[in-house]
Write a protein that binds this ligand. Structure first.
Ligand code: PLP
Length: 479
């Protein structure tokens, strides 16, 4: 492909993208396919000779789109939003077009600088504690913000930083004990409602993790954490880390940061707060009550690629003491990666290479303004509350957990089986798409607002479909 072809195909692709979004609702949110179906559609071997790009574009509809899951569809209420604003798409085009690698400051200075600036912007408008700001914004701060690929990575890295910090402290207490023994003394905690990435991270890092049972609203209370710590300390273990959650994946429940924070401080534990989804709503003043206790947090993450309209991958990650993240990771890298200019953001993550991710986020924030981000989150929150009203109005259903953010978890009263059958029937119809979760042994259906411009009519349409299928399922039980 040469530049003129790129121009022609590029314009065509932009036109196509607009048409796709405009006609999205003529499609079904979920395809009807079985695993492996695509092998019958595309050649089994890579082409020996290159193909014209026009030819590749012609396959867009029959090969890719025809049986695609449409995450931006108005009746797609699954998982969490997958941000995809036009301004983010534009930003990504720019990053891809320049093809830079911000491995360190010297390799592409603007890459590092803009990442720090955007993290500081977000830190400020999300109402995060000042100690997460860079020294450019707050000279007395010892913290830092970076953009990771994902929440899973941010949480994993935080766990590793906390562990290293704990081991360094233990070395002073037990100078003659080998590192392996010290590592084996440590224990971490998390809310059982936390995303599975916490457990996965603990497996990858060979960390002992204890999952704590939440209360009726899905949060961890002081007593639960304190009792677990005391029990484990009596068995000779040393608690070092708690992963709290604000906006759990299942039902968007939240820990009381004030309560768990005080305990973490008392036992000198690292408190991480996973706000991957819900964190974007902190832009709204009325949501700040969820943040009470953030002053105890040592690291936190917010996925702008979930609820801030930025597309994959862009997970904000802040650490209170950057030296705890960077010091263990520096001093021994190859000559090519060494730089005399701090800051060097690659030390906060595993990859040596670094995409120019900050640019698209910069575009989104500038294009919408913080006001636009607030408006977007508020719309989803209001619609989730509207849906909650519909559920509560109907005796056959119950709401599970508080509706605080853009999600309402609900179920048919009674047997789990009925709720599972309802969800299967709804998804099988392909008129709407939702995914299940469990909360305290109950199967729930997650109704998550995803479409950027979701409105009341979408909620009405969804409720009518749910109502129709619930009647069918419950009639079968009456027989
Ligand atoms: N934390 C929460 C609360 C989530 O909902 C998710 C995913 O949905 C994750 C973490 C993992 O996110 P990621 O896919 O960015 O690793």
């Amino acid at each position: 492909m040469d530049a003129s072809k790129f121009k022609r195909c590029g314009y065509e692709l932009v036109d196509w993208s607009i048409k796709y979004m405009e006609t999205l609702d003529d499609r079904k949110p979920l395809p009807d396919v079985q695993p492996g179906w695509l092998w019958d559609v595309v050649p089994k071997e890579a082409p020996e000779k290159g193909e014209a790009f026009e030819r590749i574009m012609r396959d867009l509809e029959p090969v890719v789109l025809h049986r695609m899951a449409h995450w931006q569809h108005r009746q797609f209420f699954s998982y969490f939003p997958a941000g995809n604003a036009w301004s983010s798409i534009m930003g990504d085009i720019f990053s891809n077009a320049t093809g830079v690698n911000g491995t360190n400051w010297g390799s592409c200075p603007v890459c590092t600088e803009l990442e720090i600036i955007v993290c500081d912007w977000c830190c400020k408008f999300l109402g995060m504690p000042k100690f997460f700001l860079s020294q450019y914004s707050c000279p007395e701060s010892e913290g830092a913000g970076i953009i990771q690929h994902s929440a899973s990575e941010a949480i994993f890295y935080s766990m590793m930083w906390a562990r290293e910090d704990a081991v360094r402290k233990l070395r002073q207490r037990f100078p003659n004990k080998p590192r392996a023994i010290l590592l084996n003394m440590l224990i971490a905690y998390c809310n059982n409602e936390c995303h599975s990435c916490v457990e996965r991270g603990s497996l990858m890092g060979a960390i002992r993790l204890r999952k704590l049972e939440p209360d009726n609203e899905g949060g961890i209370k002081a007593d639960t954490l304190r009792n677990a710590i005391k029990q484990d300390m009596e068995s000779g273990l040393i608690p070092f880390y708690h992963c709290a959650i604000i906006g759990s994946t299942g039902i968007t429940s939240a820990d009381d940061l004030m309560e768990v924070g005080e305990i973490c401080e008392q036992y000198d534990m690292w408190l991480h707060c996973d706000a991957a989804y819900a964190g974007s709503s902190f832009a709204c003043q009325e949501m700040r009550h969820c943040m009470q206790g953030y002053e105890y947090v040592w690291s936190t993450n917010v996925n702008t690629n979930k609820w801030m309209m930025c597309n994959f991958e862009a997970s904000l990650h802040w650490v209170r003491y950057k030296s705890k993240a960077v010091d263990p990771m520096t001093g021994w890298e190859e000559e090519v990666y060494k730089t005399p200019y701090p800051p060097d953001l690659k030390h906060y993550a595993v990859p040596a290479t670094r995409r120019f991710r900050a640019y698209k986020l910069w575009c989104v924030i500038r294009n919408y303004g913080v006001e636009g981000i607030r408006r977007y989150c508020r719309n989803h929150i209001n619609l989730a509350k509207l849906f909650e009203k519909y559920v509560k109005r109907d005796d056959r259903f119950e709401v599970c957990g508080p509706v605080r953010f853009g999600l309402c978890a609900f179920r048919l009263k009674g047997l789990n089986e009925a709720t599972s059958r309802l969800l299967d029937a709804l998804n099988f119809s392909r008129r709407i798409h939702m995914v299940p979760s469990h909360f305290h042994e109950k199967v729930v259906i997650r109704f998550a607002l995803c479409a950027e411009y979701a409105n009341e009519e979408d909620i009405d349409v969804a409720w009518r479909v749910i109502d129709e299928f619930a009647s069918v399922i419950l009639r079968e039980y009456e027989k």
